[in-house]
Design a protein around this ligand. Structure first.
Ligand code: SF4
Ligand code: SF4
Ligand code: SF4
Length: 238
């Protein structure tokens, strides 16, 4: 009973904190840039040829084109944690829930988790906001090594998850509106547009995607985004 009361009180505190952070996040709509201008570093993503096919792209992308999921809404099966954490399991063992990383996160994507087993342990919520590809602020302030110190260069080689395209939600598919906001936002050119008749739709290079969620933040589909990030149980090298 005592534990339940503590949990309820702590949950209410977290809820208040989350509401306060949501207000801040909504006020800061430019936290995730919609054009990083870094597409040129990956040759596949530019200048779509009209005869480009999925198979053609698959041949050119050694690591494989991401599977297209036929869902309307999706949530990551694994909690997502920043690069330098290695895995959520390891991270949650080392983290003392001090919230320093949450406080410094410029996009407010890092938020405390509300659950009995890991109350206040932060995780990345990449549904509206992103983890900036060139930011290591949370790593810099973490006092316990739950988030190891990493450089921006090291960060860009770490995959914390993979972007998944939800075909049914994509406005480039559902009407004939031209949209390539996700392609423009991707910091490492992991998204290219495939021409199919009068429509152009995004193809994700899963091997190159680091799971930053910048495409998700930029996605124009509403009310439900057409891309989400599926977190990895253990981070991978690119
Ligand atoms: S790296 Fe930066 S943007 Fe990403 S979670 Fe940490 S503080 Fe937030
Ligand atoms: S999650 Fe992947 S596809 Fe989306 S912007 Fe980041 S690197 Fe690009
Ligand atoms: S930004 Fe969203 S709606 Fe636009 S093409 Fe990309 S996935 Fe589709």
């Amino acid at each position: 009973m005592k534990y339940l009361m503590c949990f309820i009180i702590a949950s209410m505190c977290v809820l208040l904190l989350s509401l306060q952070r949501r207000a801040k996040r909504d006020a800061d709509k430019d936290a995730c840039p919609t054009d990083t201008g870094r597409r040129r570093f990956f040759s596949l993503s530019t200048n779509v040829a009209s005869n480009r096919t999925v198979e053609g792209i698959r041949e050119r992308v050694k690591s494989g084109v991401a599977i297209i999921e036929n869902k309307q809404n999706a949530h990551s099966r694994n909690p997502i944690v920043p690069a330098g954490a290695v895995s959520y399991d390891l991270f949650s063992k080392k983290c003392n829930a001090c919230q320093r990383c949450v406080e410094v996160c410029p996009t407010h994507a890092l938020q405390p988790k509300i659950s009995m087993d890991s109350l206040m342990i932060p995780q990345l919520i990449l549904t509206q906001n992103c983890c900036l590809w060139d930011c290591t602020k949370c790593n810099d302030v973490c006092p316990t090594d739950a988030l190891q110190k990493i450089t921006v260069e090291e960060k860009t080689d770490i995959k914390i998850g993979r972007a998944v395209w939800l075909q049914k939600n994509c406005i480039a598919m559902t009407d004939e509106t031209a949209c390539n906001a996700c392609e423009i936002a991707c910091p490492n050119g992991s998204i290219s547009m495939l021409q199919n008749g009068r429509k152009r739709f995004p193809i994700i290079n899963e091997g190159n995607c680091i799971g930053c969620g910048m495409c998700v933040a930029a996605c124009k589909a509403a009310p439900i985004k057409a891309i989400y990030v599926e977190g990895f149980a253990e981070h991978q090298a690119i």
